[in-house]
Design a protein around this ligand. Structure first.
Ligand code: MN
Ligand code: MN
Length: 296
């Protein structure tokens, strides 16, 4: 089962202005084949379907625990897209075409299908797909796939970073480059314990260090690239059997943190009256919510 904490895994900066085409590009990191929905569902199904859990506990704990972190990454990328879409249009009466600017943006679904918010799809508007899940039941093959998936995700993050200099998008990508680096290293170390093959020698893929990205360097200076968070009050403790020893970056020891990162608040999304989200007159809904609070 799951507990939920109403915070993002990092402090996301507030957007200064709308950037709907950057939001469209960032969708790839949410619902693309190598996006956060894919890492989430791959590791989640592999943990559901894991055979020999009691004998192979460290590997089960690793996959299940990283899956939980990925759910928070889905939440973080969605929050980034929502920040980039906020303020894209101005309120006005329908006959004034207040959303006229939206006909020339990359993803019109953001404006027609949602109230200017994230979609479970990629940068071309295609839907996330259950076929993106690889859960073969063979532990080495699944771990090898996860290593590949993290590095494919890294390549896409870097390309999106190169497409937009938007500071909100880049802050999020910087954080996720560091966390993805932890996951790629964790799967590499798991494969090393099972096969003896020195997988960490392949890293980083592509061959550019996270420290080359100022937004990632900031998190590395905080040591976040050496930390694996344990996303459970009492479980998944055997991740420490894989996540220990000197950091491959050569700057300290790997460390399991007993709990989630402190993170930051989930930004509140203002009403968008011209799109009827959450209503034409949001103050009416606020009044009803206030009445419910008093009755409780
Ligand atoms: Mn992730
Ligand atoms: Mn990951």
């Amino acid at each position: 089962m799951y507990l939920r904490i109403d915070r993002l895994q990092m402090e996301l900066p507030a957007a200064k202005e709308a950037d709907p085409n950057a939001a469209a590009a960032v969708q790839e990191l949410l619902g693309g084949r190598f996006g956060e929905m894919s890492t989430l569902m791959n590791y989640t199904y592999q943990s559901f379907n894991f055979r020999g859990r009691d004998k192979l506990r460290p590997y089960y704990d690793l996959i299940a625990n990283i899956a939980t972190e990925e759910l928070g990454h889905v939440e973080l990328v969605a929050a980034t897209i929502n920040q980039l879409l906020s303020g894209s249009t101005k309120p006005g009466m329908p006959d004034e075409a207040p959303m006229a600017s939206a006909v020339n943006v990359r993803n019109t679904h953001h404006f027609i299908v949602t109230g200017q918010a994230s979609l479970a799809g990629n940068s071309m508007g295609g839907h996330w797909n259950g076929d993106y899940i690889f859960s073969s039941g063979n532990l080495i093959l699944d771990l090898l796939h996860n290593f590949f998936l993290e590095n494919g995700a890294r390549l896409h993050k870097i390309r999106v970073y190169e497409m937009t200099s938007n500071p909100v998008a880049r802050a999020m990508v910087g954080y996720l480059l560091v966390r993805g680096g932890v996951h790629a290293t964790a799967y590499a170390k798991a494969l090393e314990t099972l096969t003896g093959v020195n997988m960490t020698k392949l890293l980083p893929i592509p061959k550019i260090e996270n420290s080359k990205f100022p937004e990632a360097r900031k998190f590395e200076e905080m040591g976040i690239h050496r930390k694996l968070y344990r996303f459970s009050p009492d479980d998944y403790k055997e991740i420490a059997r894989i996540w220990h020893g000197p950091s491959p970056s050569g700057d300290g020891e790997l460390e399991v943190v007993d709990g989630p990162p402190e993170g930051g608040p989930v930004p509140d999304l203002p009403p968008v009256p011209e799109t009827f989200a959450p209503a034409l007159a949001p103050e009416e809904l606020a009044e009803i919510a206030e009445k419910l609070r008093k009755l409780a």
